[in-house]
Structures are given as structure tokens and as C-alpha cells.
Design a protein around this ligand. Structure first.
Ligand code: 5GP
Ligand code: ZN
Length: 143
């Protein structure tokens, strides 16, 4: 628990939240921005900054809870047709609160208030370059 972390304060109920689920491992509450209605955050109660800090035990405990929370969010509104689940790690990746969290963003239409854009750069990489990237990642497995 970090004293000044806004999500640790939410875990300790020092800051109010619209909590939809909690147990000893996670807390799930409405994101204040409500990117789309029902936009929910799932956080581990233990303070860790980002995905790189999970050990396997915490990862399995947290990830195991996400589908049931996602199902409840989806079931809460018949207009929800799909859901994006995203997790930003590092400022460069749009993380603004440095207590790990997963966004559950309900999707209503392809034209609602959520957009995710990444380019197809496949024409910029030769098979050799892809092989080099693959091997480099493979070598660091278990770091
Ligand atoms: P990030 O940009 O780090 O992936 O997402 C952080 C999210 O936390 C943002 O979507 C933001 O709206 C949400 N947020 C920031 N402060 C609060 C707060 O005090 N209460 C709630 N419920 N959400 C917050
Ligand atoms: Zn925290």
C-alpha cells in the first residue's frame, strides 16, 4: 500500500468509488471518466505499478477474476455488444495512474466514444527482421 497512491486510497475507502466487486485480491469500480457507460477498472489490492511487476501467483489471482467481472458488466446493460479490455503500462503507453489496473470498456456501437488505432506496419519488416525480434524476445523469457 502506498500512502499517496490514488488507487490505494480507493482500496482503503479513503476516496469513495462506485465499487462493483471486491474480495481479498481485487477491487473493481467505475472509472471516473466513463469512456463508455459502465467503464470499469479492475485493480489488485496490493500496490504494484504495472504488468512488469506481477509474479505468477498474483497474475493468476487477478486475471482469474476478470472474466466474471466482465460478464457482470456486460449483463448489466442489454445494449452492450462487446468489450475492450486494456492495460496501459508506462507513461508512453498512456498510463496515468501508476497502480496497475485493467480497463473494461463496454462497447455499444463501432461509433461510440472509444477508439483504438494501431497501424499495420507489416510491410516494413523482412522475415529476417521478424526472426531477430522473435529470438530476442525468446531469449529474455524468464527474466
Ligand atoms: P490509465 O490512463 O492509467 O490507464 O487509467 C487511469 C484511469 O483512472 C483513467 O481512466 C481515469 O479516469 C481513472 N481515474 C483517475 N482518478 C480516478 C479516481 O479518483 N476515481 C476513479 N474511479 N477513477 C479514476
Ligand atoms: Zn497503489
Amino acid at each position: 500500500m502506498l500512502k499517496d497512491c490514488i488507487f490505494c486510497k480507493i482500496v482503503r475507502n479513503e476516496i469513495p468509488s462506485y465499487t462493483v466487486y471486491e474480495d481479498d485480491i481485487v477491487k473493481a469500480f467505475l472509472d471516473i471518466s466513463q469512456g463508455t457507460p459502465g467503464h470499469t477498472l479492475v485493480i489488485p489490492k496490493k500496490h504494484i505499478a504495472n504488468i512488469f511487476e506481477y509474479d505468477e501467483e498474483l497474475a493468476s489471482e487477478v486475471f482469474a477474476r476478470i472474466p466474471k467481472i466482465a460478464r457482470a458488466v456486460k449483463a448489466s446493460n442489454p445494449d452492450i455488444k462487446g468489450m475492450n479490455i486494456l492495460n496501459n503500462n508506462g507513461q508512453v503507453a498512456y498510463q496515468s495512474v501508476f497502480h496497475s489496473h485493467f480497463h473494461l470498456v463496454p462497447r455499444y456501437t463501432s461509433n461510440d466514444d472509444f477508439k483504438m488505432i494501431f497501424k499495420d506496419n507489416s510491410n516494413k519488416y523482412s522475415p529476417d527482421q521478424l526472426k531477430e525480434i522473435q529470438e530476442s524476445i525468446e531469449q529474455h523469457m524468464g527474466d
